[in-house]
Every structure is written in structure tokens, then in C-alpha cells.
Write a protein that binds this ligand. Structure first.
Ligand code: NAD
Length: 402
């Protein structure tokens, strides 16, 4: 049943929330921004200046008592997402949560149970699934253009050392993550899009089955803190950081498909904007890694060959656009292209609002959210066990591994 009444939305965590301003303006006939919650008064002031009619809250639980709020968009630090999502659902609000959704298996089951019990909409805001390129590849996979998919690769390789600390050198939530844990600590940008491609190409379904992970030595942060804050800073000392610079995981699915994931947000290098690979029996995809490259595809019997020797040749994905653009992009591309992350920052919000208004499951539902996020804690268990494979619970059917 479609209900086109505007969704009364609250933004929680106004820093990343500001990335959605363009999307909020474009969707202003479907979203009524009603409240903002943040611990920081300055952040609240910025929002109040842009949206004078909104209510502002420093206390999240207080905000949840506000009966006029239909839905919350949670963009607070990562370790708060699960508890804040569960509290919002229990207070009767739909939830859109920034990545990642959960940081432990206990949180994963608790989130699923709450979504199932309340019957409210829950979506993880995995914007990399909604970039124009990733949606086109998904659409092509759905149409069978790659044949049977056998191998996938996803990476989140983004130097963000300046976000590890505040100006005085104290650790932020990202810093504490690197200090305390070791594994694929930000998995959903890497696994989300490729898991969706696999799902799109397999009508009979598949699921993540096991993960094996390793991490490189931890060097970059130590060196960075020595250079930025001096060799007496505790974080410049040997052994301070647990997280390796690069963490790599191999995921095997029930049907035997392989996925390689890499996460690295501390090694020094220019931004690897996207990093995806798809290999199928009839075609392949290689994403552009930086602004100087193009997304490339190859389709057996369709792509041109080299004139000199008839050998196979990659061709730009853009040659297949707009013809093979995903329907989402065809409908919303004009607005999406004005937002970051390849348009994903518009489309996640649009998809969430549509799921509420059309009373249907969102494209990244709670089962996807926890399965993809589970690589966080399961890869850490594998790193701890010297790369031993760790089973991934079947979150959709409720089969636990412990
Ligand atoms: N999908 C993406 O592309 C993308 C990009 C950047 C950040 N993120 C995600 O967005 C989230 C926020 O990242 P960030 O870089 O803005 O972090 P940040 O630390 O810069 O900002 C977090 C904000 O949340 C507020 N906050 C902290 N605790 C709170 C609480 N209990 N209640 C309400 N507000 C609280 C802080 O005051 C701050 O304004 C993270 O989960 C991160 O993973 C996603």
C-alpha cells in the first residue's frame, strides 16, 4: 500500500549528516526534516540555521520520545549504531543506519529480532551499492550478461589518518578502533556491492558461508604519530596499534563463489576511489581505481577484439550507459548525480523513504546489513586464529554458529 505522506525524519550525528543536505533538499516533498540530535551544540546550531523549524536534541533517548518523528537516520560513530537502531525501533521509529550496522554477533541477532518483532523498516545506508557504476553492473548481472559469477573482489582503500585523532592528538572513535582491534574493520563498502551483484545473478540464491582473514604489520599510524606529535607520543611507540595497515579477507559462499576483500584506511597513498572486480563465465568487470581510469567491462562475443591479432579487449562500461543503467538511476540520476559517492548519497535516502511509503523491504535489509557487517567481527576472530576459516551464521534463516 502506497502512502505518499512526507516521512518525518530525524538526523542523528550531524557531521556525516551534512553530506545528505542536497538529497534532503531534492526530496523535500517526501521528507520533512523534523529533528536533529548531536552531542555537539555547534553542530546543532548549523542545522538550526539551515532548517529553522526543526527541533534539536543533545539527548538521544529524549529525542526518541518525540511522537512526531516517523524515522531516524543514524550517522553517529560506528559503535553506537546497533544500540541506537534497536532503541529507535523499540520507540516505534523506522531506521536508516550508517555503516556498519553491528560490531558483534550478539548485536546482530538482537537487531534482527527487534526488526522482526516491531515490523518496522530497517535499512543500512550502504551508499556504495547505489553508485551509478555499481548499479549498472548489478543490472547487467541481473540480465545474465556476465554468465555465472565465480569470483568477486571489493576494496575500501582510503587514507584517512587525519580522522584517527583530534587536533591535540587524542584518539577519535576511528582511532580507538585501530588501537583495540585487528581485522577487516570497515567491511560493508567492500562487500556490499559485490554481494548484491552475486544476489542479482543467482535467482536460486546463495549466502556467505565462511571467512578467512589476515592483516599486515601495523606501521603507518606509528610513523604518522611520530611525525605529527613526536616520538614521545604513546601512539608513536611500537605495539600501540593493533590494527594492521591492510587487512585482507577471503569469503566463500555456500555455492563456492570466492570474494576477496581488502580494507586499508591508514597507508599513505592517493585515494583508491573504487576497487571492484567481477569474474563470470561470460563476462568480467574491472572498476576504475582513480580519476585517471575508466570502469571496464568485457563480454564474450559482444566486446570488440584487437584488430592486429583478434585478442579480447576491455571496453569502457560507459559505452553501455545509459542503455544499461539501472532503473533507479534512470529515474533518479538527475538528482543523484548532484551528490557524493557516485550518487549513492541520494539514492540510499530515496530508497529508504520509498520502502516506508510503499510498505516493502528496502534494497539493503537487516539480513544483508548484519551479514555484511559480520565480516567485521568474524574477520577479527580469523586474524586472531592465524587465518583459520570462521563460519558465517545464516542470518536470514536464523541458524547460529554458537
Ligand atoms: N557511507 C559513507 O560513505 C560514510 C562516510 C563517512 C562516514 N560514514 C559513517 O558515518 C558515521 C559518522 O562518521 P563521521 O565521520 O561523521 O564521524 P564524526 O566522529 O566526525 O561525527 C560523529 C558525530 O556524531 C555525534 N555524536 C557522537 N555521539 C553521539 C550520540 N551519542 N548521539 C548523537 N550524536 C552523537 C558527534 O558529536 C559528531 O557530530 C560513522 O558511522 C561512519 O562510519 C559513512
Amino acid at each position: 500500500m502506497t502512502n505518499r505522506a512526507p516521512v518525518k525524519l530525524a538526523i542523528v550525528g550531524g557531521n556525516r549528516g551534512a553530506s545528505f543536505l542536497n538529497a534532503l533538499y531534492s526530496l523535500s516533498n517526501r521528507i520533512e526534516l523534523t529533528a536533529t540530535c548531536d552531542l555537539n551544540e555547534w553542530v546543532l546550531k548549523q542545522w538550526k540555521e539551515k532548517f529553522p523549524r526543526i527541533r534539536t536534541y543533545r539527548d538521544y533517548d529524549e529525542m526518541l520520545k518525540d511522537p512526531s518523528i516517523d524515522a531516524v537516520f543514524i550517522l553517529s560513530p560506528m559503535h553506537l549504531h546497533a544500540a541506537q537502531s534497536i532503541a529507535a525501533l523499540k520507540a516505534g521509529k523506522h531506521v536508516l543506519s550508517e555503516v556498519i550496522a553491528v560490531q558483534s554477533e550478539e548485536e546482530a541477532w538482537a537487531l534482527i529480532e527487534t526488526v522482526e518483532q516491531t515490523g518496522l523498516k530497517y535499512m543500512m545506508s550502504e551508499n556504495y551499492c547505489f553508485s551509478r557504476s555499481n548499479l549498472t553492473v548489478k543490472h547487467m548481472a541481473e540480465m545474465g550478461m556476465f554468465g555465472e559469477i565465480t569470483y568477486l573482489e571489493g576494496g575500501y582503500i582510503h587514507e584517512l589518518r587525519h580522522l584517527i585523532h583530534d587536533p591535540e592528538g587524542s584518539l577519535t572513535w576511528r582511532g580507538r578502533l585501530h588501537r583495540e582491534l585487528n581485522g577487516v574493520n570497515y567491511p560493508t563498502h567492500a562487500i556490499g556491492p559485490i554481494a548484491q551483484w552475486l544476489g542479482a545473478s543467482q535467482p536460486a540464491g546463495d549466502r556467505l558461508r565462511a571467512v578467512s582473514a589476515f592483516a599486515s604489520p601495523s606501521r603507518s599510524l606509528q610513523l604518522y604519530f611520530r611525525e605529527s606529535f613526536g616520538s614521545e607520543h604513546p601512539a608513536a611507540r611500537e605495539g600501540y596499534w593493533r590494527q594492521g595497515d591492510s587487512a585482507v579477507a577471503t569469503v566463500r559462499t555456500e555455492q563456492g563463489v570466492l570474494m576477496t576483500l581488502r580494507v586499508d584506511w591508514t597507508s599513505v597513498r592517493p585515494h583508491n576511489k573504487t576497487h571492484f572486480v567481477l569474474q563470470g563465465t561470460k563476462g568480467a568487470y574491472l572498476s576504475a581505481r582513480h580519476p585517471g581510469e575508466e570502469d571496464l567491462v568485457w563480454f564474450r562475443g559482444l566486446s570488440p577484439t584487437n584488430e592486429e591479432d583478434g585478442s579480447e579487449r576491455w571496453e569502457p562500461l560507459s559505452r553501455y550507459q545509459p542503455e544499461f543503467d539501472h532503473p533507479k538511476w534512470r529515474t533518479w540520476g538527475k538528482f543523484a548525480s548532484q551528490t557524493k559517492h557516485g550518487g549513492g548519497d541520494f539514492l540510499v535516502l530515496e530508497e529508504f523513504i520509498s520502502a516506508i511509503q510503499e510498505d516493502r523491504a528496502p534494497l539493503v535489509d537487516v539480513y544483508d546489513a548484519v551479514a555484511w557487517s559480520s565480516i567485521f567481527f568474524l574477520s577479527m576472530a580469523s586474524v586472531e586464529a592465524d587465518g583459520a576459516p570462521v563460519p558465517i551464521p545464516d542470518f536470514r534463516t536464523g541458524v547460529r554458529t554458537k
